[in-house]
Design a protein. Structure first.
Length: 111
């Protein structure tokens, strides 16, 4: 449930960022560029967050075992923390990559 809320908030923030730049002149180069870069950042962030969370979940058992938090509430909290950090790292890294990719696509599509 929380993932859906996060994606919705991220999408709304991306849309507001695009609207802020494009409100003055929707045909301007800056407007086109922000559409590509912001769209790339949103897509990368959503996919990277998912991927980072999945990888962290697979590794969480071994990480929590090494930390000694394997049973009861401590184990649950440890797994949740590891998955949260993995999701954050994946989202941040892939978001930056997606933004840069959007900028490159914008530059390539210019006449």
């Amino acid at each position: 449930m929380g993932g859906y809320i996060g994606i919705g908030i991220g999408g709304a923030a991306s849309l507001l960022s695009i609207q802020e730049v494009c409100s003055a002149d929707p045909e301007a180069a800056a407007c086109r560029k922000v559409k590509f870069s912001t769209g790339g950042r949103f897509a990368g962030s959503a996919l990277g967050g998912y991927g980072g969370g999945e990888v962290a979940f697979l590794a969480s058992g071994k990480i929590c075992l090494a930390l000694g938090a394997t049973t009861g509430l401590g184990g649950v909290v440890c797994i949740a923390a590891v998955v949260g950090v993995g999701s954050l790292v994946g989202s941040s890294a892939a978001g930056a990559f997606g933004e840069r990719t959007g900028e490159v696509v914008y530059e390539v599509t210019q006449p």
